[in-house]
Every structure is written in C-alpha cells, then in structure tokens.
Design a protein around this ligand. Structure first.
Ligand SMILES: Cc1ncc(COP(=O)(O)O)c(C=O)c1O
Length: 388
C-alpha cells in the first residue's frame, strides 16, 4: 500500500466534496434535493464576457500557453476596477497577479512564505481553505476567535497579549464568510496596524465585497499598498464566473515576484479567452452589481423566512452570498438538524461547524438558487414543521 504523504494526513477531504456525493446519490434515487449549501452563483455572467470568450475560442491562434502573469490588459483591467470601486491605485506591471480563482492564491501565498512550523492566524469560524493550505505547506494553524458578540471581529487586544512568536501570516476576510459580517474602515486600519506591529503578513481575502454590501472596501483602501499586506479578490461571486476560475492577488511588488515563483512552477497560464472575457466583466458599470443585488435581496427575504421557520436567530445586516443563522437551543446537534433537512425535507444547508468550533451552533444558507426554488425549500420545511 502506498501511504499518503504526511502533509495531507492532517487535512480531510473538503466537506462539500463528500456531501455533494451524498446529494448525488439521493438525486439518483429520484429525490430532488434543493442544494442551499454552496455559494456558486447560478445567474448568467455578463453577456459581453461570454461573447469575448467565445470570439477568442473561435480563433485558432488563441489556444496556446499564456504568460504566467496574464496579459497586461487583464492586469490593467484589475487596476481600473480597483481604482473605480475601491479608490485604490495599483501598478499593473508590478502590483497585480491574475490567478485561477482566489482559492489557489491561498495555497500559493502559503507555499511562498511558510517554512515548517511557521504559525498562521486563521479565523474561527472561517473559510476552511486557510487552515488546509497552511497545513499542506507545513505551517501550524493558530485559530483566533470570532464571536457574534463582537460582530465577528477579532479581539485584537487579547490577541496582542498572546505570545505571537513565530506567527508569519494572518488571514482575514471581510465581508466575512460564513457570517456575512462587515468590517468598517477603522477596523481594517486596526488589522493593518496590528499586523505591522507584529511583523505579520496580513492576507485579506475579499471575494464578497460587491454582494449585498453598500461600500466595497479593499484592505488597500485604508493605507494604500503596504509591504506587510496582501489582498485576494475574485470574479467568482461578483460576476457569476465561479467556474471560469478568475481571481487575483495584489500587493507589494516583491510579494508579487515571490508568489509568481510558486505559481509559475505549477500552472502554465490562463486560457486567453477567459482572460479576454474577464476583462469585459471587469469593465461592467455599477448597474451590473446593482442588478445582481436586487435579485439577491429578493432571495434573501425568502431565506430569512426559512431561518424563521427553523427558529434560527440571524442578523439582517449581512453581506455576501449567504444568510448565517443561530440554531435554537433546543436543537441538541446541529448535524442532526442538517441531516433531517437533507433526508426528510430534501433541502441541503451547510452546518456551521465546518467553518470552525465557533460555528457549531449555526447554519449557513446560500442565496444561489432562484426564488421559486427557495420558496419550494421553504414550503418543504413548513410541511415538516415540528418534525424538524
Ligand atoms: C472566503 C472565500 N474565499 C475564497 C473563495 C474562493 O473563491 P474563488 O472561486 O475565487 O477561488 C471562497 C469561495 O467560496 C470564499 O468563500
């Protein structure tokens, strides 16, 4: 038997990869499972983007390997997007690197900076990829607490009092997934200041700033590009392009050069048609985002009803693609509630525990289904009523 590498032994198969298998089995048995688990936008991307992709795909000369750094026009488009919506000035030649989704950026940053045993501050609850990438790169995860009573913002004073020796990276993500909490400009300043004081590389993961959020903020909106700050961004949610895999990392030129070493030894550039489509997507006017948000607002009203039907408490002030709700005390095991919802109602929602122990008493419901589907989910849940 060939044994799996040690670096993977502490990392489990991604929760959704397992659960989607279970859902597929149920569907194969004839059930029609309403999947409100995953945040994969269901709406169409900008037409202009699709057209640019298909035009390029029809040109024989545009199917070759591409530059590891992406075409300059794409880097410029990212910079124009940052200037227009975040009021941040970035240099397209030195401060931006297109990525195939921001998730791969989490891995590249970890591989670029972590030595065996380096510590990484990871939010609990938070996106599971931060911890997984840390472990795979040989780092040690140091969770920091996010609590509802602090509106899911870290207690930086308490953190400062801990021994931070050996901490190299801190992951932050606002608007925060899974809780939908937003950080103010002043709070972003606090994070940047904390990281600088402690010699930590602050990595801000920012894929949700355009979804149900009135003021998109970049970590660079607060103090400009600094040597100890990186930001990941993505077109997956903002432009309904999750399957295309387009994202970026921005930061100090030295970091971009370093991350390129990790990246260029793994992939061989992004398909030109996708880059051309992404440029068109990034050029969309503000009405594009308003249109999306109008639809998400309508959907969210139904998800709020689902939360109420399940007697979950939740904030109406959440940004991003999900509604995060606290399960009532009488429910002993959230995993049982989630399984009852799946097997009895045919509705899949995500249990909060997959995001860390501080998510144990919560569930997360996605807004990536149309209102009809959400209403069906609501009706199924209502029908089951007290059986849940
Ligand atoms: C917080 C967070 N970061 C990053 C990602 C990954 O986005 P991308 O599709 O750009 O890899 C997700 C996707 O669900 C996410 O929730």
């Amino acid at each position: 038997m060939i044994i799996i590498a040690k670096r993977l032994q502490s990392v489990q198969e991604y929760y959704f990869s397992k659960k989607l298998g279970e859902i597929a089995l149920l569907n194969a048995e004839g059930r029609d499972i309403i999947n409100l688990g995953i945040g994969s936008p269901d709406m169409a991307p900008p037409q202009q983007a699709v057209k640019a992709l298909s035009t390029s795909a029809n040109k024989a000369a545009e199917h070759g390997y591409q530059s590891y750094k992406g075409v300059r026009e794409l880097r410029q488009a990212f910079c124009d997007w940052y200037a227009a919506y975040y009021n941040v000035s970035l240099n397209p030649d030195t401060e931006v690197l297109p990525l195939m989704g921001s998730k791969e950026g989490i891995t590249y940053i970890s591989n670029t900076y972590l030595n065996e045993g380096d510590k990484v501050l990871v939010p609990n609850p938070g996106y599971p990829a931060y911890a997984a990438a840390t472990k795979i790169a040989g780092g040690v995860v140091r969770e920091y607490d996010l609590k509802e009573e602090n509106n899911w913002f870290p207690d930086l004073k308490a953190l400062q009092e801990q021994d931070l020796t050996g901490v190299k990276i801190m992951w932050v993500n606002y608007p925060h997934m899974p809780t939908g909490a937003q950080a103010s400009r002043a709070q972003l300043v606090e994070l940047v200041t904390f990281a600088e004081r402690n010699g930590i590389l602050l990595c801000h993961d920012n894929p949700y700033s355009f979804i149900l959020n009135n003021t998109p903020l970049s970590i660079f909106s607060v103090m400009g590009v600094a040597e100890h700050v990186l930001e990941l961004n993505s077109l997956s949610k903002s432009h309904n392009l999750a399957g295309w895999r387009v994202g970026m990392v921005a930061g100090h030129p030295k970091h971009i050069e370093n991350i390129l070493i990790a990246k260029s030894n793994v992939d061989s550039g992004m398909f030109l048609g996708i880059q051309k489509g992404a440029i068109k997507a990034l050029e969309m006017p503000s009405g594009w985002y308003e249109g999306l948000n109008e639809i998400y607002r309508e959907r969210r009203k139904i998800v709020w009803q689902i939360m109420e039907e399940l007697k979950c408490s939740y904030s109406r002030n959440q940004a991003g693609l999900f509604v995060w709700g606290k399960v009532r005390d009488e429910v002993e095991e959230v995993s049982c509630l989630v399984n009852d919802l799946l097997y009895k109602a045919g509705v899949f929602v995500t249990p909060g525990f997959i995001f860390g122990t501080n998510g144990n008493r919560y569930i997360r419901v996605s807004l990536c289904s149309d209102t009809e589907r959400l209403k069906s989910a609501l009706n199924r849940i209502k029908t089951l009523g007290t059986k849940l």
